[in-house]
Design a protein around this ligand. Sequence first.
Ligand code: PMP
Length: 373
Amino acid sequence: MIYFDNAATTKPYEAALKAFNNTALSTFGNSSSLHKFGLKSELEIQDAEKNILKRLSHDCSFPKEGKLIFTSGATESNNMAIRGVAELMHRKGKKIITTKTEHASVSNVMDSLISQGFDILKVNPYDNNVEQQIADLTDKDTILISAIAVNNETGFKIDTKKLFSLVKEKNKDTIIHIDAVQAFCKLPVYGDLISISAHKIHGIKGVGGLFIQKGIKLPPLILGGEHQNGLRAGTLPTELITAFSSAACEYPYDNSHIVSLRKYFEEKISEFDNIVINSKNSIPDIINFSILNIKSEIMLHYLEQHNIFVSGGSACSKGRRSNTLLGCGLPNKAIDSALRVSFSHQNTFEEIDQFFKILSKGIERFSKLKVKG
Ligand code: PMP
């Protein structure tokens, strides 16, 4: 199997599975229990929080002094961050700035806030200098900025350090939320609230986190017991959390292998006349391209028959034309034929060779079927 869909999810590390198993078998106590077996579980969670925050702080000059709240994944983290700030700050202002190319777990929450009287401004990151655009729009009524650090469909990255300092210069009270799902372990991330997810870094599905900078008193999204200082009720999945921590520790700091894979991939693509690369200013891990006369689904399923797994645009925007690719200014023809290859450091050059061998046969076979629109 050739798995080139690592932006959708990643294969759990052996070490993460081992951590899960060890915890499940030997530290399965409820971290809220008062006995020492519960405390053991609580200590494992504290240790995991420290490891993950350490990884999140890597290469950042701005200290991450707050807490990491464990959630069921970044969808929940994004909901908690945005709804939380709206509830916390609605008396101070109603203006929120975001981008046109957010993941659905941000954009749908933003749309739901419109009916509550919030003024949601959306900038297009593909227009120049998105960080400055957002800062220019920030004023005394702006309570929240929410921006995706690395786009899941194209790999487009924003400079969160620059965004953070430009926005804080305009209004130090504006809270900055960053959806860092595709950036965590890959780029330094600056923000007051930061969403991350375990299954994108070779952890296990079902756990994520929201970093909350010290001093921000976010209200809970989920009510119940006093878990996580009352910020997120529910018994903590110690097993998933230790696996998340193990993945965060295991994920390589050096991305030179992925950089080389990307370079090699682009060299191979340049041999084809009818393939255009849609990704620009992207992390090396994600490349979006269009085979201009072949619909995404056709090529995706053809590759699948050869045990090669890629994505058509984004796994989360099935069936709809992607806002991200529309935002890039791509014509419908390119959008409808877009494929996303997303690497892990576990991928190899041989897999790329095999991919292009099969791809060129597919192109030969399907190039007579024209894309509509
Ligand atoms: N944001 C981005 C940028 C993502 O890629 C994803 C996962 N597709 C999410 C949020 C949601 O993450 P989760 O699957 O952990 O809910």
